[in-house]
Design a protein around this ligand. Sequence first.
Ligand code: SF4
Ligand code: SF4
Length: 476
Amino acid sequence: MDNIKYNPKSLHAEEFIHHGEIMDTLAYAEENKSNRALIESLLNRAGDCKGLSHREAAVLLACELPDLNEKMFSLAKKIKEELYGQRIVLFAPLYLSNYCINACVYCPYHAKNKNIRRKKLTQDEIRREVIALQDMGHKRLALETGEDPVNNPIEYVLESIKTIYSIKHKNGAIRRVNVNIAATTVENYRRLKEAGIGTYILFQETYHKNNYEKLHPAGPKHDYAWHTEAMDRAMEGGIDDVGCGVLFGLNLYRYDFVGLLMHAEHLEAVHGVGPHTISVPRIRPADDIDPSAFSNAIDDDTFAKLVAVIRIAVPYTGMIVSTRESQESRERVLDLGISQISGASCTSVGGYDTKELPEENSAQFDVNDTRTLDEVVQWLLDLGYVPSFCTACYRAGRTGDRFMSLCKSGQIKNCCLPNALMTLKEYLEDYASEETQKKGELVIKAQLQEIPSPAVRAKAAEYLKELHDGMRDFRF
Ligand code: SF4
Ligand code: SF4
């Protein structure tokens, strides 16, 4: 370890996620956690929405001064509002198969679990799942599969993506398919890119190499470098939107927080583009998995602070929270930085079209927020957010560095709000309950006036009218 040097531009995992640098950062944060002058200066500087380094962000995370922590939360809210406005993008996960040859100790799909029912969707079953999702109003999916080259080869994933994009049921369409599959080769990433995926998502789980190896005792995922260097291969294969995340609770959260930011800095240093999204999952109960067995589990206050400091440190990155979190917990972090949430998720294989019987359980984790999509949309409206089904950027070619420069300059907001209003309008016309419809129309009317450009406002008003008359799929 001693002769490995920290180098954010390196393509070797242990050099860009350097254990010594993380330990030094944590020591620096500990030394400075009550350094009022330093923390105040960091908060002042971060107000420009240009982010902070992993060392600076680690000091904020460690800070125990109550008044400065309050300032931190206010700053996170301000950055969120400035860059993302009130829109919250909605998506749903779609589990294709839970066959897996890995041995991840925190996941019920691990190869040795004989209690869980193994299942892989046929193309016909995928069709039914997608129709069920379209009938709820979803436009954006995250595909999930276990790693199994025999049962879930890349050809199966590619065929499934093709099937999903081809289904047009009533006014429904899945317009963006993000993909969360195991680390793979540059060639396979190229094929995923050609299939038209949106973001490639891969959670690191933990950046601590020794713990990573213990948590993944067997299977291809055991290889820390192969997994940690996956985003570089994805970018080499032409995928320029990648989504990172760790599973908080597996390891010391401060360590993983620093690793996550170093990963973002590495991607930016090497490819000129940081992660498109960061997810913040926490460990959840599931078949064969008891979260109390993980002594690093984090409480709600720590979780909220993590979200806030990530928002401050990497303002340009979308942040995702899933239905692993309860309604209360999601509500708390929405204005601290979350820009995307899943809604009405089913975490088993094939659960949208036909609900599973309890004895047939094939779920990856227990969902905490079990509300319908309509209930989630209405809840967001009640809280003053604009629920959005927007998929415009990827379809308009605004990906990678093009997207990042629009985001960093704050200009993306000019697209997000009108697109949110138009996709919300589609949802209201096609899928919403009467009550949601009423609330949604009021929000559209009020928010239309918030579009700063008169030309865009006028165009959006025109599109909204056409949507009411039956036309679909407008975007900026
Ligand atoms: S986390 Fe992924 S790779 Fe690990 S056992 Fe679960 S499905 Fe397989
Ligand atoms: S305009 Fe782009 S960044 Fe904004 S919500 Fe739509 S896809 Fe996301």
